[in-house]
Write a protein that binds this ligand. Structure first.
Ligand SMILES: [Zn+2]
Length: 164
């Protein structure tokens, strides 16, 4: 079955018993999560989130990029979150390639020059989380009171390790 048909069938089921239509836009638990897009991560489940609880910002690596900061600024100033949690994970794909690797692949596959694109791979997980957390703490468009914490999720055990 094509993906779009699979997801439509799953959604029909979901909507048929949906009871969360009354939720307000601002996250009820007033925090945001920045985490990786990895398919093995289900932040709602491993962090105990329900619909309406928290903002979840996802990208490759769970990195606090300029675009993640853009979302956090909106999350805080317009929607009332007071802290962010950065969750990276063991066995992250971002540990497995370099910018040059991916640029070479893109040149070969597409003929395009991606030498000016930084894909933000990183060699050290804990260091990456610490620098992401620091980036939030130092960001001038978020107030000093805006808190940030960092964790690494283990895809094999499902457990979180606090590192910042
Ligand atoms: Zn990842």
């Amino acid at each position: 079955m094509p993906v779009k048909d699979e997801i439509r069938a799953a959604n029909e089921q979901y909507a048929s018993s949906f009871e969360k239509g009354h939720l307000p836009m601002p996250p009820g638990r007033r925090f945001a999560v920045v985490t990786c897009m990895d398919a093995r991560l289900d932040p709602a489940r491993f962090l105990g989130l329900e619909e309406g609880d928290a903002h979840v910002i996802r990208n490759a690596g769970g990195l606090v990029t300029d675009d993640a900061l853009r979302s956090l600024v909106i999350s805080h100033w317009l929607l009332g979150t007071q802290e962010a949690v950065v969750v990276a994970h063991e066995d992250c794909g971002m540990l497995t390639f370099s910018n040059d690797d991916l640029r070479a692949k893109l040149a070969e596959e597409t003929g395009e020059d991606a030498s000016d694109v930084d894909f933000h791979p990183f060699p050290n997980l804990d260091e990456s989380v610490r620098s992401s957390v620091q980036r939030i703490r130092d960001y001038p468009l978020l107030p000093d009171s805006y808190d940030a914490h960092g964790f690494v999720y283990d895809v094999r055990s499902g457990a979180l390790r606090e590192i910042a």
